[in-house]
Design a binder for this molecule. Sequence first.
Ligand SMILES: Nc1ncnc2c1ncn2[C@@H]1O[C@H](COP(=O)(O)OP(=O)(O)OP(=O)(O)O)[C@@H](O)[C@H]1O
Ligand SMILES: [Mg+2]
Length: 258
Amino acid sequence: MLHTSIEIHDLTVSYQNKPVLWGIDCHIPIQQLTALIGPNGAGKSTLLKSMMGLIPIASGFVHFNGKTIDSMRKHISYMPQRESVDWDFPISVKEVVMMGRYSKLGLFKKPREADHLIVQECLRKVEMEKFADRQISRLSGGQQQRVFMARAIAQDTDFYLMDEPFSGVDAATEITLLDVLKQMRDNGKTIIVVHHDVQAVAEHFDNALLLNLRKTAMGSVKEVLTEHNLQQTYGGKLQILSDVGHLLSIEQKKTRLR
Ligand SMILES: Nc1ncnc2c1ncn2[C@@H]1O[C@H](COP(=O)(O)OP(=O)(O)OP(=O)(O)O)[C@@H](O)[C@H]1O
Ligand SMILES: [Mg+2]
């Protein structure tokens, strides 16, 4: 058994007795950038929530470096999908990011100068430092996502589980944020990101876990982002995916030529 990985073993999760994740088995390598992809309703958010212990598991287990979530919680940051966040909550941008520091501060402790500097630095990384005092309700959707990403980064944990952090983020900002994630990976962080852009995953991620109720594939993006696996995951639904398959085969040819 690997102790330096995230091990998902025989994981089944149901809502009202109806399984939405079925017998998921895989090892997600640490200190790498792994994308979680699959169609709407595939169970991606459910997988992240069950990994965080936010919803009950029907069978199986998830271990982070051999340990259960209960003993690892303070080492894991979770960024929920934007639909589940109350964006009208009256709180400023820098207060949201400071929330990321609370688990390190302990209850009733005041943030120190160092925490304020970390908040500032995280806002700079996502290019939102100018908005530090703005209420979050008064930001655009993409700006809100950037603030939530800054909050996750401010937690400075070993593991990051991020549910569609790029939803509503413009293409240029996405590249900036991907660079931030890659830097974090190079500094030893393990990052799992739900992402709908298969092409971006092929270009920027190390691994992909393809999901649709069951695991359809898991491995390095080069190995698993094949037309066959994408068809298995998305079914015949999306014409666009055969275009992605085509683009990927061009990418692979280019890589061979390099
Ligand atoms: N609280 C809930 N109660 C009952 N069923 C749910 C609940 N949350 C999700 N589901 C169902 O579970 C399945 C998986 O949902 P999930 O949110 O994990 O999908 P997803 O892959 O994250 O989709 P999306 O790309 O739309 O975010 C869906 O069929 C969904 O309708
Ligand atoms: Mg989801």
